[in-house]
Ligand binder design. Structure first.
Ligand code: NAP
Length: 268
């Protein structure tokens, strides 16, 4: 059993706490945030320990999860150990969730004996359906890798990927794609005449149910596409028109914009 300390008690920390709570984690969980109100709410909801003092929070950590926005990472790490310099000399497994902030910058802000990893959890971890990418700095201990991998596996699948692909993973895996696609399809169906309830029912079925079945049954996507879109039929005509209108191009542009934003937010 380890003590896992979250620095930042916002949206993703709340989702991770929900996932850990659901799996009855044996780890001790502590949250630090600069907003006492948020800490009170998290304590009440997930029965976690909270700590308003940054250094006291860090002192307790075996694993430290940095869950503030990318632009706040430098300030937060710079504030650690201002009074107690020994905190910076303590060996600690630190994981940053901040999109775009590279390991080399984290290591520059707080170097050895701190050992850095990056992780990118999905907010779906709150229901145990997460997907978390992890990447480790050179020399990150094997026991630490196992600890982190097991921790993230409590709320979903874990994949280790190279840091050079991390931002691309981040902009691709976001459940926002699915929500956005459902909203767009339902809006189009409503505009064409379906009532709101039926528009969302059909759109959610179109996007979610087929994909869940595809993953569970491990069928070929090409075969499923062939099955669902009879040549000369309505689905084939719809997809052809979507492609002709630039569907693929729009998705590529979306990912490219996300990548640019990840780099800009991280100040790279
Ligand atoms: N949301 C997601 O789905 C998701 C998924 C994967 C990774 N991430 C990454 O996780 C990080 C957090 O995202 P989020 O959506 O959870 O953000 P968020 O909701 O804004 O949460 C961040 C929390 O940290 C607090 N905070 C900021 N600076 C602080 C400081 N110096 N000391 C103490 N507390 C501080 C914020 O307080 P204030 O409200 O006062 O600023 C806020 O409560 C980001 O870097 C993001 O890239 C997010």
């Amino acid at each position: 059993m380890s003590t896992v300390v979250f620095l930042g008690g916002g949206r993703i920390t709340s989702a991770m706490l929900a996932g850990l709570h659901l799996s009855n984690t044996r780890h001790r969980l502590v949250v630090h945030d600069r907003n006492p109100d948020k800490l009170r709410k998290l304590k009440k909801k997930y029965n976690v320990a909270v700590e308003l003092d940054l250094d006291r929070a860090v002192e307790r950590a075996d694993v430290l999860i940095v869950a503030v926005r990318p632009a706040s990472v430098g300030g937060l790490l710079g504030a650690i150990g201002k009074q107690k310099g020994q905190l910076r000399r303590r060996r600690i497994l630190a994981v940053s969730l901040a999109a775009g902030v590279p390991l080399r910058l984290l290591t520059k802000l707080l170097g050895r004996p701190w050992q850095w990893a990056r992780a990118m959890p999905s907010p779906l971890c709150r229901s145990g359906r997460g997907l978390t990418a992890v990447t480790y700095s050179r020399g990150f201990p094997a026991a630490g890798r196992k600890l982190l991998s097991d921790l993230f596996a409590t709320f979903g699948q874990v994949v280790e990927i190279r840091e050079s692909k991390f931002d691309l993973f981040t902009v691709t895996f976001s459940p926002s794609h699915g929500y956005h696609a459902v909203a767009s399809l339902a809006r189009a169906a409503q505009a064409a005449g379906l009532d709101r309830k039926t528009a969302f029912l059909t759109s959610a079925h179109a996007l979610a149910d087929g994909i869940i079945a595809w993953r569970e049954e491990r069928l070929s996507l090409e075969l499923l596409l062939e099955e669902a879109a009879t040549p000369g039929g309505t689905a084939a005509a719809t997809m052809a028109a979507l492609d002709a209108a630039g569907y693929q191009q729009a998705v590529r542009k979306g990912l490219a914009a996300g990548l640019r934003r990840a780099r800009a937010n991280a100040g790279q």
